[in-house]
Design a binder for this molecule. Structure first.
Ligand SMILES: Cc1cc2nc3c(=O)[nH]c(=O)nc-3n(C[C@H](O)[C@H](O)[C@H](O)COP(=O)(O)OP(=O)(O)OC[C@H]3O[C@@H](n4cnc5c(N)ncnc54)[C@H](O)[C@@H]3O)c2cc1C
Length: 392
């Protein structure tokens, strides 16, 4: 008997959305459609090299049209403006209304907006902002000296909603570039954050090793003071003291996606899910990646590989349900860890933490090449030109 194809709608074309689409589109009995407001899948982890000129902007993009064609799913480029779960209805900016049998929400996160934040630059906002950092850095390099400050904030309502890793990476890469040019000594470089120990979620050993790098490299630290506001060339702290700089890069804490919906949200605005990524109160709606509220250890963080684990888990759940398979469901909380190759421009550190262990392994020179190779691997494997390495 001919089987009626079920409609799967995936909102968002980032790590979580693309992974969901790739997994589900392999099932012939499913009709998979992905909606994205961008025409490309953005490989954010390698975008840290755009400001230093080591990567072109285009090096970090994979065309979603090409992905959809190679991976056999439908693509709509439009902005999602409303989700009505109870009516199984999605409204797009164009006015089009879409329906679904299953919905996967993978829209990523927004950012908190501390006062004056629009006056400074960010490596984790709109992708094209990375080009503005590049321009500003090139100007400072042409001038031959200056002050550079970079930092990140948290979201007091959700300890997982923080993104400090890329800011450390950018900071170290800028240091390395200036050193290579022989002008590092003409620059004052300061890392700032409102918490006493930024990076603490990576574990004590990692923080100690990072502190050593700061000391050896004459990188200043300005920690433990809340940020009051940003001005064009300064960060103003709660006690009205200032950190002056010619180039300021800041990544605020993540906040929930600001979209009209009837889905349940946490205090911080993230979608409430169970351990299988099902949205609470809805059988056929899942939320995966940065858009969802993560449960687990205090040190948990929203990361790309966790977004992919959640995406595969949600996809598997749909496949199990549709085929009434006697398989165990995937609990994303079993896979919570911190895993990153923290690049420094001339090497990297492999950082890992889970419930049982935490470590940092310095990888001088080779670490940089590993991250570069990963960037090529992720693009080719998403497009299906090379096989995926399980879990990567
Ligand atoms: C600079 C940088 C470096 C990073 N480095 C690492 C790293 O080394 N390791 C790691 O694990 N993680 C890293 N991360 C974090 C990682 O990239 C995120 O955790 C991951 O991208 C989350 O995936 P996602 O699909 O949930 O969200 P996103 O990747 O943000 O994708 C969301 C998608 O939804 C689309 N979208 C948003 N709103 C709408 C709308 N209204 N309508 C339609 N589409 C919409 C967006 O265009 C985007 O395609 C880094 C992040 C940044 C920014």
């Amino acid at each position: 008997m001919h089987r009626l194809r079920k409609n799967i709608l995936i909102l968002g074309g980032g790590f979580a959305g693309v992974e969901s689409a790739i997994t589900l589109a392999q099932e012939q009995y499913l009709n998979v459609t992905l909606v994205s407001d961008r025409k490309y899948f953005y490989v954010a982890p390698t975008s840290i090299w755009i400001p230093t000129g080591e990567n072109r902007f285009s090096d970090n993009l994979v065309s979603l049209h090409k992905l959809a064609e190679r991976r056999n799913f439908n693509l709509i480029i439009d902005e999602v403006v409303e989700i009505v779960g109870t009516e199984k209805e999605i409204t797009l900016k164009s006015g089009k209304v879409l329906n679904f049998d299953y919905l996967i929400v993978a829209l990523g996160a927004d950012k908190l907006k501390p006062q004056g934040v629009e006056k400074v630059l960010s490596i984790c906002g709109d992708p094209v902002d990375a080009l503005d950092i590049h321009k500003k850095l090139e100007l400072l390099i042409a001038e031959g000296s200056g002050k550079i400050a970079m930092g990140f904030g948290a979201n007091p309502k959700d300890s997982s909603a923080v993104r400090g890793g890329p800011v450390f990476e950018l900071f170290f890469n800028v240091h390395h570039r200036l050193k290579k040019l022989g002008i590092r000594d003409n620059f004052e470089m300061t890392f700032f954050a409102p918490m006493e120990t930024p990076g603490a979620r990576m574990g004590e050993t990692s923080v100690e090793q990072m502190n050593k790098i700061f000391e050896i490299s004459n990188l200043k630290q300005h920690y433990g003071k809340k940020i009051k506001e940003f001005k064009t060339n300064s960060v103003v702290f709660e006690d009205n003291s200032n950190l002056e700089a010619d180039l300021i890069v800041f990544v605020p804490g993540n906040s929930g996606k600001n979209i009209a919906s009837d889905l349940p949200l946490s205090d911080a605005g993230f979608i409430e899910i169970n351990q299988y990524c099902q949205v609470k109160g809805f059988d056929n709606i899942y939320a995966v990646g940065d858009v969802a509220k993560l449960e687990g250890a205090e040190w948990r963080a929203k990361q790309g590989h966790i977004a992919e684990v959640m995406a595969r888990g949600a996809a598997r759940d749909i496949i199990i349900k549709e085929n009434r398979l006697p398989f165990a469901r995937e609990n994303y909380q079993d896979h919570i860890n911190i895993l990153c190759v923290m690049d420094t421009g001339n090497g990297a550190a492999f950082v890992y933490r889970d419930d049982k262990k935490q470590f940092l392994i310095p990888l001088p020179f080779i670490g940089h090449l590993i991250k570069k190779a990963w960037g090529i691997y992720i693009k080719l494997s998403k497009l299906g030109y090379i096989p995926r390495i399980p879990g990567m």
